[in-house]
Design a protein around this ligand. Structure first.
Ligand code: LMR
Length: 396
């Protein structure tokens, strides 16, 4: 049965961690997988999470299954974090929210739910997008179309090309948008651009499918949700897949959500029941640990403040590193303007290098980055910035 199976190459993103770990070069730099790192290069457990974990240890008195949609307080807080406390769709009872295993689990659950109910629907995905979007969504049975998003020459979002391409998206189609901190390019839609895409969705009838995995790591928790809150207000339907991997540092605990806004409260109940039934067909019930931590923190004003302060520190550090990288690259005298990195948001930016230059950074300098030249800015620190900037200058 297994004789003819061939090995697959390592994952283009996750495979970088294994290669980095094996590398013996003392100057090695890890700018690969998108996890937040502190100044010492560690991906820390947030202090509020540690406290919630010790509470869990004393308070948890059963390991029985949790509710299929997830704990009630988790769902309440997730809706409010995404939409704000007073969003009209909350009052109107049009928001269904289901706990899912991480951001990828949420995307897959949403895609399977769509495919169960409208088989072979088309989803438009930005080019470029997170390297796992295409395999994850297409293997769930969705039909994929790409729309242009980023202009590599000017290092900026190409709204005209994007809008022209999305003219083809019609009722019954979905358009995948990155809620904030676009992965891999860091170039986000501004308010006017969100409004333009919202108007197009309203005119043509397509349903936006927002992947928001970095809320709070761009400009702030509310600021980063501008686009999705606008769309939730103006459009009859919206799909949101969110993750607590990055903003709570709960990567390995796999905690995320599928939030669906429907035209009315009756279809909201029906949609919620279909999403949990779809999850039942795949993994039955969601994991509890991460959801408990998120709910415990957001239920407690002191823990919420502690978490928010740490998140703010992380965001400020990332934005500071962006400035520092631009400055250090300028100081090397490279004949290239890198100031765009300073305007981009979240963990990622492209360095605008060729495949050969990326390979040279990895093989000759032990600097690990994705082959598209995407770097995880949070992997930079005071100890490696000079080596990094000099090495980039050398491969250029
Ligand atoms: C990334 O883009 O590096 C992260 O989202 C991790 C992953 O699963 O690819």
């Amino acid at each position: 049965m297994f004789d003819a199976i061939e090995a697959r190459p390592a994952d283009p993103i996750l495979g970088l961690s294994a290669a980095y770990k094996k590398d013996k070069n003392p100057n090695k730099v890890d700018l690969g997988v998108g996890v937040y790192k502190d100044e010492s290069g560690n991906c820390p457990v947030m202090s509020a999470v540690k406290k919630a974990e010790s509470l869990k240890l004393t308070e948890e008195d059963s390991k029985a299954y949790i509710a299929q949609a997830g704990p009630e307080s988790y769902i309440k807080h997730t809706r409010e974090l995404l939409l704000g406390n007073a969003h009209p769709v909350l009052r109107e009872g049009r928001v269904s929210c289901v706990l899912a295993p991480g951001g990828s689990g949420s995307l897959r659950l949403a895609a399977e739910f769509i495919n169960n109910n409208a088989p072979g629907s088309t989803i438009y995905v930005s080019d470029p997008s997170w390297a796992n979007h295409v395999p994850l969504l297409s293997s769930a049975g969705l039909n994929l179309e790409l729309y242009p998003y980023y202009d590599y020459a000017s290092h900026s979002l190409d709204l005209d090309a994007m809008m022209a391409s999305l003219q083809q998206a019609k009722k019954g189609d979905m358009v995948l948008l990155h809620g904030c901190c676009h992965n891999p390019c860091g170039a986000d839609l501004n308010h006017n651009q969100w409004q333009a895409v919202t108007e197009l969705a309203l005119a043509n009838g397509f349903t936006p499918f927002i992947d928001i995995a970095y809320q709070g790591l761009g400009d702030g928790l509310d600021e980063d949700a501008y686009g999705l809150r606008l769309m939730a207000e103006k459009l009859p339907e919206l799909i949101i897949c969110s993750s607590y991997s990055k903003n709570f540092g709960l990567y390995r605990d796999r905690v995320g959500s599928v939030t669906i806004i429907t035209e009315n409260s009756e279809s909201c109940v029906a949609v919620g029941s279909q999403v949990v039934a779809t999850a039942r067909e795949i993994y039955s019930v969601p994991p509890a640990h991460g959801a408990f931590l998120v709910a415990t923190i957001l239920d407690d004003p002191e823990l919420t403040t502690e978490w928010n302060d740490e998140l703010t520190e992380m965001r400020d550090r990332i934005n500071g590193l962006r400035k520092m990288l631009v400055q250090k690259l300028q100081e090397t005298g490279v004949d290239k303007d890198y100031s765009f990195i300073q305007n981009e948001k979240g963990l990622f930016s492209f360095l605008g290098l060729s495949k050969a230059q990326v390979e040279s950074l990895i093989n000759d300098y032990s600097i690990y980055l994705v082959n598209s030249s995407r770097v995880n800015v949070a992997g930079i620190n005071n100890a490696n910035i000079d080596y990094l900037a000099d090495s980039i200058a050398k491969v250029l």
